[in-house]
Design a protein around this ligand. Structure first.
Ligand code: FAD
Length: 414
């Protein structure tokens, strides 16, 4: 009897819930522009368009805005770089980013940061970080959105986008209409914090060409032999020059449990494609065998080890010597040791993939977009901005600068 009673109550509850869902009105929201994605690029676009009096809505699938901003720069957000130049970006068209970057510069973003009295500092190489936390940057953008009367819709699951006389975004329980659609839903990096293939799927839906995306600014995995030779040194780091594909970066390299990371490796990873070799100069601008030109020096292993330890951390110096000890201490063999130390050739087995990549390289082909406004040539009213576009910055605040600049380019064009 009690069992039948509770089953009846359960049925009643389900029926009541169904009635409530059915009663929900199918909202229709009409705006001047819909911005899909409330990350760095989407928010900047919304602020700039809102300032110009446009009625703008940001549709974000997560339950809060700017999750990537919050985890960026180790929680302090490296929000721009003082030395930002087009050369700091990789794209199949190296000229594409120039116009947007010239019209919204690091100085423009710094002025915004200073208007909001956010304390910041230059860490190294022109990289600007918040003194306190990345939350300052997100709060600033949220305040700017509020001042520009931007409508923000969180936890909005987009089901379909259609395009007739205008764009219609069908989301759970709501429908949004506008003559302009800005896609700012980012790339594939870090799915765990909300990255999806949405931008690329939408581009394909509209026949917009995509250059195959790949993980950038990502640690590299060493193949079996190199891994067993070096990865027990995980945590050891050294200043190196890492190069491949005509690019070179002089920064720190870090040995990890599975391979190599650190700024030099993250930077070169964006340019690396399997099965290219990577070249690592372990002693940039140093002559580690110079001492042997002094006739008084001992030509032996202890002398060479002592010299190498002046350049590399002790454990790495010793390991390098175990693997590359000169056959003898003749001038020719020492010259060969010197050569190898400046040209460690590594063929990585792969990268740590999108789970660990700071950015997604490739993306919407720049030939499809106007460099001035980011509008699709084929489909007026459709715009792509931020990481989804085939413009990828180096490590050091450049990816945010691209997000701000491409977002502002659209916001100011609406
Ligand atoms: C760990 C980490 C640290 C980083 N640190 C720095 C740094 O210090 N400096 C720097 O310059 N760059 C940094 N980056 C890179 C930088 O965060 C990105 O390049 C930048 O955020 C790209 O901006 P975006 O607006 O294009 O994309 P995102 O910031 O990724 O924003 C995209 C938004 O769209 C939303 N979205 C996705 N799919 C959907 C969907 N289907 N429907 C609705 N919304 C959707 C996402 O939830 C997100 O809010 C870092 C990246 C990572 C992963």
């Amino acid at each position: 009897m009690a069992q039948r009673f509770s089953a009846a109550i359960r049925l009643f509850k389900i029926a009541a819930l169904a009635a409530e869902v059915c009663r929900l009105p199918e909202e229709t929201n009409r705006f001047d522009a819909l911005i899909l994605g409330g990350g760095a690029a989407g928010l900047m676009c919304a602020v700039e368009a809102g300032k110009r009096g446009r009625r703008v809505a940001v549709l974000e699938h997560a339950d809060r805005l700017g999750k990537k901003i919050l985890i960026s720069g180790g929680g302090r957000c490296n929000f721009t770089n003082l030395h930002c130049q087009p050369d700091n970006f990789l794209s199949s068209n190296p000229h594409f980013a120039k116009s947007a970057l010239a019209r919204y510069t690091p100085a423009d973003f710094i002025a915004l940061v200073e208007k909001h009295r956010i304390p910041y500092h230059e860490k190294t190489l022109g990289q600007l970080f918040c003194d306190r936390s990345a939350q300052d940057i997100l709060t600033m953008l949220e305040e700017e959105c509020r001042a520009s009367r931007v409508a923000i819709f969180l936890s909005t699951k987009i089901q379909e986008v259609t395009h007739g006389a205008e764009f219609v975004v069908h989301a759970t329980g709501s429908e949004f209409h506008a003559p302009v659609l800005v896609v700012a839903t980012g790339g594939l990096s870090i799915p765990k914090i909300g990255a999806t293939s949405f931008s690329y799927d939408l581009a394909r839906q509209f026949g917009v060409r995509i250059r195959d995306p790949w993980p950038g600014l990502v640690p590299l995995v060493l193949e079996g032999n190199d891994r067993s030779r070096y990865c027990d040194l995980a945590g050891v780091s050294a200043e190196v020059v890492a190069s491949c594909d005509g690019q070179r970066f002089r920064e720190k390299m870090l040995i990890t449990h599975r391979g190599l990371s650190g700024p030099a490796i993250l930077q070169i990873s964006t340019y690396w494609k399997k099965p290219q070799p990577l070249r690592i100069d372990l002693a940039p601008e140093k002559d580690v065998t110079a001492i042997f030109r002094d006739p008084r020096s001992q030509r032996d292993l202890p002398t060479l080890r002592a010299e190498l330890r002046k350049t590399l951390p002790q454990r790495l110096a010793d390991r390098w010597l175990e693997r590359h000890q000169p056959a003898s201490y003749t001038n020719a063999d020492l010259a060969e040791f010197e050569r190898q130390t400046h040209a460690w050739t590594v063929v990585p087995a792969g990268t740590e993939g999108f789970d660990k990549a700071e950015v997604t390289a490739g993306g919407v082909d720049t030939d499809e977009l106007s460099a001035k406004t980011m509008e699709c040539r084929k489909i007026p009213g459709l715009f792509f901005i931020g990481e989804v576009v085939d413009v990828t910055g180096h490590l050091g605040g450049f990816n945010f600068q691209w997000a701000w600049a491409s977002g502002a380019a659209v916001g100011r064009a609406l």
